[in-house]
Design a protein around this ligand. Structure first.
Ligand SMILES: Nc1ncnc2c1ncn2[C@@H]1O[C@H](COP(=O)(O)OP(=O)(O)OP(=O)(O)O)[C@@H](O)[C@H]1O
Ligand SMILES: [Mg+2]
Length: 434
């Protein structure tokens, strides 16, 4: 950016008037093309040191007086010039010049100022209008730079949101892998057991088919048939179909339950890992609670027992992956606030055109001294590696972007309750911005 511009960039080269000239001489000069358009003319001494400015209006005033020309015409021009004109170093940076000039300005806008070099000699003329124009241009440039910085900031903020999400997901993934292992373990055992239970059934089927073959064979001997019958009966005893039916049903039920748990984890994980930020219609907030609880279950279970009281909710328009992120943070915050195993209560209810969700814990609470700061980015009371301090500031941003509110009430030593209120439908502007 052109931040090192000085007054030299605005310097108009105007031939200065010699102090010895008379008012009459100058009146004639003012008509010359070289001076056309200038409202004032600089007057200098023999050493080129400025003595002041003569304004066109001042001369006009003199000549408009009765006998003005005769009375004043032969006087030196210095008598018509303003010795208190602004004189300023041509190397002064524009910003500083604007400050100095506006502080000393007597006739705003129309006033001119004299530019001198470092030895104090005349260099040229500057006009307030040009200075204003230059400043306006600079403000425009700065605005542009600011807007660019803002854009950049917004971009890095959205990266930060993603990074925080990935970090919390990373923590969760270990827990979810563990969660997956339990049902996987017994599904595998059950399938092995089923394999063993089915083996005698297969050999019974084999014996039965041999018996059928013999029965259809006209050359089969009685002895062969008796042996086949005995073998089939033995196989039937070994297979114990009645017992098998009894064993199979709970085994299959158990296996199915395990598979359902695995599927549920997979669905929740899929919802969480979605990176899209589009608003979706008809989202059931209770489902988000359910997903967040499935994902957070392992991280929470040693610290707290979770109870849910989920009310009937109208479907809302929101970005589910973002709402999940908020819930996950509230749940982990609550679990991490426990000094000993405690309780977390998650409630949802609706009211008019809003849905509400509260996460309540009976943990250590938030000291009054830090309550004002918990939504600040990077504010954390957790040790390195436990928290980045971004959870609540991002949650705040997300809820705000949804046109909702997030509030809390905390009693140190007794617990904390976070309350989120979201509008059922989004205003068109918010949906677009999301
Ligand atoms: N339920 C709560 N009980 C007690 N303190 C809380 C609770 N929720 C938040 N806090 C306090 O607010 C701070 C900021 O929370 P926030 O979720 O923004 O960051 P964090 O949990 O420390 O780190 P991150 O969420 O990035 O892992 C926490 O460090 C904690 O001191
Ligand atoms: Mg947190």
């Amino acid at each position: 950016m052109s931040s090192n511009k000085t007054l030299a960039d605005l310097c108009l080269s105007v031939e200065p008037l010699n102090a010895q000239l008379t008012i009459n001489d100058v009146a004639d000069r003012l008509l010359e093309p070289a001076y056309k358009g200038f409202l004032s003319l600089p007057v200098v001494d023999v050493d080129s040191r400025p003595l002041g400015l003569v304004s066109r209006y001042r001369l006009q005033n003199i000549f408009m007086q009765r006998f003005g020309r005769d009375l004043w015409g032969r006087h030196p021009i210095t008598e018509a010039s303003n010795p208190e004109s602004l004189i300023i170093d041509v190397d002064t940076p524009l910003d500083r010049a604007a400050n100095i000039i506006t502080a000393q300005l007597q006739y705003p806008i129309t006033e001119d100022f004299i530019l001198v070099d470092s030895t104090g000699r005349y260099r040229g003329l500057g006009t307030v209008m040009d200075l204003l124009r230059a400043m306006e241009k600079r403000i425009g440039q700065r605005n542009k730079a600011l807007q660019q910085a803002l854009k950049q900031l917004k971009r890095s903020q959205s990266h930060l949101v993603q990074a925080e999400k990935m970090a919390s997901l990373g923590q969760m993934v270990a827990g979810v892998a563990h969660e997956l292992n339990t049902p996987l373990g017994y599904v595998k055992n059950n399938v092995q057991l089923l394999g063993e239970l089915v083996r005698p059934v297969l050999s019974l089927a084999e014996q039965q088919s041999q018996l059928m073959e013999l029965l259809n064979d006209p050359h089969a001997s009685d002895e062969q048939l008796t042996d086949a019958f005995t073998a089939t009966r033995q196989a039937a005893d070994a297979a114990a179909p009645a017992q098998l039916a009894e064993d199979l049903s709970p085994l299959l039920e158990d296996t199915l339950f395990g598979l359902e748990q695995i599927a549920e984890l997979a669905v929740s994980l899929k919802d969480f890992s979605r990176l899209d930020r589009a608003m979706t219609e008809a989202v059931n907030l209770n489902e988000c609670v359910h997903n967040a609880l499935v994902i957070a279950r392992n991280a929470i279970k040693d610290n707290a027992e979770v109870t849910t009281r989920l009310g009937e909710l109208p479907a809302i328009t929101c970005t589910p992956s973002q709402i999940n992120q908020v819930l996950l943070n509230l749940l982990t915050n609550a679990a991490q606030a426990m000094d000993r195993p405690g309780r977390i209560l998650v409630r949802t209810w609706s009211e008019m055109d809003q849905v509400h969700l509260s996460v309540e814990d009976n943990g250590r609470g938030i000291p009054e001294s830090v309550q004002k700061r918990i939504f600040d980015p990077f504010f954390t009371t957790k040790s390195v590696g436990q928290g980045t301090g971004l959870g609540l500031s991002i949650s705040y941003q997300i809820i705000h972007d949804h046109g909702g509110r997030i509030r809390f009430k905390s009693e140190p030593g007794r617990g904390t309750r976070f309350l989120i209120s979201l509008p059922v439908s989004q205003s068109p502007a918010l949906s677009r911005s999301a």
